[in-house]
Design a protein around this ligand. Structure first.
Ligand SMILES: [Zn+2]
Length: 670
């Protein structure tokens, strides 16, 4: 059922009703009987018109919701069987945990009472040029109110919502409009995109499937999406569809390729009073429809000899079921259907064999033979009831998925509302990758680098971003990608590789001598093969060698690829990716007292060189950059020294030796 269509049809219906109900009904049906629409959408509109007009008031108390997630995910899994395997395997794990009771315990032990996980969101409003404040082009306040409304569905405080105290559950997440954009500039988290010049969009809206009319959503993501590991992207189009089906919204499940991650909404479903976003974000947390796994049926509204719709004793339209819908299998509630035990199995209540445009509370659930006990009012259901609840089982599932797949979001540095300073200057590397050799969507690469202050989540290589090489040393602002480590103690380095079904390999190099080249012999700090999905974090303690260059930012290169690939610091990744970071090694060999005692200060004043030391200066040599000796002074035996070299704009190397045996050298310009 199409929300948009219902909206339009309601209006048409109301107008007709006002003119002359009986007369117009008659002619309307004559018209409809003559006109046999061929295409699917027109057929839907045809039946909707017929039904809604005749029913006139029997239709939904609430707006209909059809979500495109099942269609979208089926298509995605067909194209990415590895992602499907991963998805199934995590569902099996959740089933095992649910059976043993560990799921609830794990979730409850990891989320503290009252803890709310903030999700940084950006809402992209795709306009076709309508006036601001209309449902085709929502204004800022409408979006802010809609997000607030959605958060109150999660925390159970919304009007008519149930929470932990009265049979529902709280999903402890909160959508937060971000305050910094990908360039680190202030934003209100609403990104306005003018597509009024895009004919395809203006005419058809947005579609998840490039084989259908409409702007392909992937093109929008490519062009306008904000880094999906740091932001959760919500796109509001005036019209959204998955293939031939118009939808109120759709979202990707967690896991798989994060570059796909997004919710796409239609504008009319993105308002206060609409629960579609809570429903879609439920999918983004891995929660399914309670009708998951049902098989669609077919039915038509029964008519008498005069063409009038027949009603039963409840006043409901009688449906001639031509093909009964089949209930979801429910032998094992931890894995069958929606994999949640406290939501009863149901049919899609929009199915043409059951849809009577009414809330079915109090009626018999065909899948249990007993009255409905709440699934008909669930946020994740297709229903004409007010959706007033999540269940504790859905909450366990959502939180398990959040903790497993969405750490990048709830720990996202953009929630700090402050751009990160990674302003360092590095020498250029002697080589950088120029391509990904296979250009395949195997979703292989590094997903997290954690090293002292560095904690950066990234997408593994995917064709959408073609992100085979990410140089984070060039003023990146969305996460800390530079750090300083001590020279005399170890620092833990953790590399997390992507959750694919393949075995992966990781190598990390630090250019300790700062010559721009990564040496396989003494600059390789981590090397591991055969990394499996279940042990995807590889750790090493990094202690810099004594001959490393100190107090200067050095390049660190992280490479992750398929396990049997011969990784070299200069080669192109075959399936995976390469990331560069900056690491400064701080010389902490000398204690503060030592540093004070052995301090040497070399300054210049016009053409005069001044040297101050905390110990007696033994000798000083001054050479120019060609190595030519300019001055040499022995047995100085003083704490300070000055010499006028009578030159301009010349570079010299000054070496000061102290009586205590330490040497200090510095480049100066005089
Ligand atoms: Zn859905």
């Amino acid at each position: 059922m199409i929300n948009k269509s219902i909206y339009i049809i309601r209006k048409i219906s109301a107008i007709f009703f006002l003119i002359n109900y009986v007369l117009v009904t008659y002619y309307w049906f004559v018209f409809l009987d003559l006109y046999q629409p061929k295409n699917l959408i027109m057929k839907k509109i045809y039946y909707l018109c017929a039904l809604l007009f005749a029913a006139n008031g029997a239709y939904a108390q609430e707006n209909a919701l059809e979500c495109g997630t099942d269609y979208l995910m089926e298509e995605y899994f067909n194209k990415n069987p590895e992602a499907k395997k991963q998805h199934d395997s995590f569902n099996l794990e959740l089933s095992r945990l649910a059976k043993s009771g560990e799921l609830s315990r794990n979730v409850n032990s990891r989320i503290q009472q009252g803890q709310v996980y903030e999700i940084p969101i950006v809402v992209h409003v795709l306009s076709k040029g309508d006036a601001l404040g209309t449902e085709n082009n929502l204004n800022d306040q409408q979006i802010i109110d809609w997000i607030d409304y959605t958060n109150k569905i999660f925390d159970g405080t919304g009007d008519r919502m149930l929470n932990e105290t009265n049979g529902g559950a709280v999903i402890p997440v909160k959508l937060v409009l971000v305050k910094i954009d990908p360039k680190g500039k202030p934003t209100n988290g609403i990104n306005r995109i003018d597509l009024s010049g895009n004919e395809n969009y203006v005419q058809y809206g947005i579609n998840s499937n490039s084989n259908f009319n409409g702007l392909h959503d992937v093109e929008v993501v490519k062009e306008y999406g904000w880094e999906s590991t740091k932001y959760y992207n919500i796109y509001v189009a005036y019209k959204s569809a998955v293939g031939a089906e118009a939808t109120n919204g759709y979202a990707f499940f967690p896991g798989g390729s994060q570059s796909n991650d997004r919710t796409v909404m239609s504008g009319s479903a993105s308002l206060v009073g609409q629960q579609t976003l809570a429903h879609e974000f439920g999918h983004a947390l891995g929660v399914f429809h309670p009708h998951q796994g049902y098989v669609a049926g077919e039915g038509k509204y029964a008519r008498d000899g005069n063409g009038q719709y027949i009603r039963d004793e409840n006043g409901d339209y009688v449906i001639n079921v031509t093909k009964p819908a089949v209930c979801p299998v429910n032998n094992d509630c931890t894995i069958d259907g929606d994999g949640v035990c406290d939501t009863e199995p149901i049919l899609s209540l929009y199915d043409t064999s059951v849809n009577i445009f009414r809330c079915l509370t109090g009626r018999i659930n065909q899948c249990t033979g007993s009255p409905y006990v709440g699934a008909e009012q669930n946020v994740m259901s297709y229903t004409y009831c007010f959706r007033n609840r999540f269940t504790p089982g859905q909450m366990d599932r959502a939180m398990a998925q959040l903790l497993r797949y969405r750490e990048n979001l709830y720990t996202s540095p953009v929630l700090d509302n402050q751009a990160k300073d990674n302003n360092v200057s590095l020498i250029s590397p002697s080589c950088s990758p120029t391509a990904n050799e296979r250009m395949g969507n195997f979703i292989i690469g590094t997903v997290n680098v954690n090293f002292n202050e560095i904690n950066n989540w990234t997408n593994p290589y995917n064709t959408l971003e073609n992100n085979f090489y990410k140089d984070f040393t060039k003023g990146y602002v969305l996460a800390k990608t530079t750090t300083t480590i001590p020279n005399n103690t170890s620092t833990k380095l953790n590399i997390k590789t992507s959750d694919t079904g393949y075995l992966l390999a990781t190598k990390v190099y630090i250019d300790y001598n700062n010559d721009g080249v990564f040496s396989e012999i003494d600059e390789l700090v981590l090397s591991k093969n055969g990394i499996s999905r279940d042990n995807s974090v590889t750790s090493v303690d990094v202690t810099p060698p004594s001959n490393a260059v100190f107090n200067t930012p050095l390049r660190m290169r992280v490479i992750s690829d398929l396990s049997n690939v011969n990784i070299t610091p200069c080669g192109n990744p075959r399936f995976g990716d390469v990331e560069d970071y900056a690491v400064t090694i701080k010389d902490e060999t000398l204690s503060t007292d030592d540093l004070k005692r052995k301090k040497v200060e070399i300054v210049t004043n016009n053409s005069t060189l001044l040297v101050n030391a905390n110990d007696l200066i033994s000798n000083i040599t001054i050479t120019d950059i060609t190595g030519r000796l300019i001055y040499k002074g022995d047995n100085i035996n003083k704490n300070n020294f000055y010499k006028d070299l009578n030159t301009k704009n010349q570079i010299y190397i000054v070496v000061v030796s102290l009586k205590n045996g330490t040497k200090h050298s510095q480049k100066v310009m005089l």
